[in-house]
Ligand binder design. Structure first.
Ligand SMILES: C[S@@+](CC[C@H](N)C(=O)[O-])C[C@H]1O[C@@H](n2cnc3c(N)ncnc32)[C@H](O)[C@@H]1O
Length: 229
């Protein structure tokens, strides 16, 4: 599939997606040494390289600032790369909860968050998110929710995001295009979960939503964005 898309890129003369991402990251995004080290250390610890790109991470940081977020919820921490960007979008007295299933991922994330200077703002809840999210009831609302864990649970995570929201809460659902796989109604469980969540985003009476495709170092993918009304 990647080869096919390489051909499409060349035909349109758009250059190499990853090279353009590198260029944009160097010229515009400027991740600091702690953020660069976060990705390197996650890889060295054997974590899969499935974190957001630097440009996407900074987009999340800016979104947090645009939303004036004081409390952020993330589902899917990995090594804490997106967590670090999001936490840097918080004010000094803000806070963030991030849910992660794998203890090793949480351990790597804790070190990365401390090095990024935001560890004191972030509470990592280790366990299956569907088990840890109910523990957040009573401490809502969150101003921004980033959903980026096991895709089959996306509809349930979206329901939790709404339950823990207030009018104006921003919800971001990652990886919704999956190299076009989202078009396949008979796709795997990740595609089924993503399609169901997108349908919910498009039909839920309390959500105003959109979805955008992206290309870059992470290939052809996209995200959906909603605001709770
Ligand atoms: C795509 S990665 C997250 C990437 C991260 N948001 C970033 O961009 O830096 C997905 C993470 O979700 C975690 N995960 C998978 N199933 C989970 C579950 N049921 N509950 C919580 N976390 C889960 C995985 O272990 C993995 O670390």
């Amino acid at each position: 599939m990647a080869g096919q898309h390489q051909g499409i890129r060349a035909e349109h003369g758009s250059g190499d997606w990853a090279d353009v991402d590198s260029y944009l990251t160097g010229v515009v995004v400027h991740p600091d040494a702690a953020l660069v080290a976060a990705v390197e250390d996650a890889a060295a610890a054997g974590l899969p390289p499935i974190e957001v790109s630097p440009g996407q991470g900074k987009f999340l940081m800016l979104l947090a600032r645009l939303a004036g977020a004081r409390r952020i919820l993330e589902i899917g921490t990995l090594g804490g790369f997106s967590t670090s960007w999001l936490a840097r979008g918080l004010p000094a007295d803000g806070s963030m909860v991030t849910c992660e299933y794998v203890p090793l991922h949480a351990e790597v994330a804790r070190k990365n968050l401390d090095r990024a200077g935001v560890g004191h703002l972030v509470d990592i809840r280790v366990g299956a998110a569907l088990d840890t999210l109910p523990g957040l009831e009573g401490s809502e609302p969150f101003d921004l929710v980033f959903i980026d864990a096991d895709k089959e649970s996306n509809p349930a995570y979206l329901e939790w995001a709404i339950r823990l929201s207030r009018p104006g809460t921003v919800i971001v659902l990652d990886n919704v295009v999956r190299y076009g796989g989202v078009l396949d109604p008979d796709g795997d469980s990740a595609i089924q979960g993503t399609r169901a969540a997108l349908e919910l985003m498009g039909s839920h009476p309390r959500l105003e939503s959109t979805a955008l495709q992206t290309v870059g170092a992470k290939g052809w993918d996209g995200f959906a964005l909603a605001i709770v009304t």
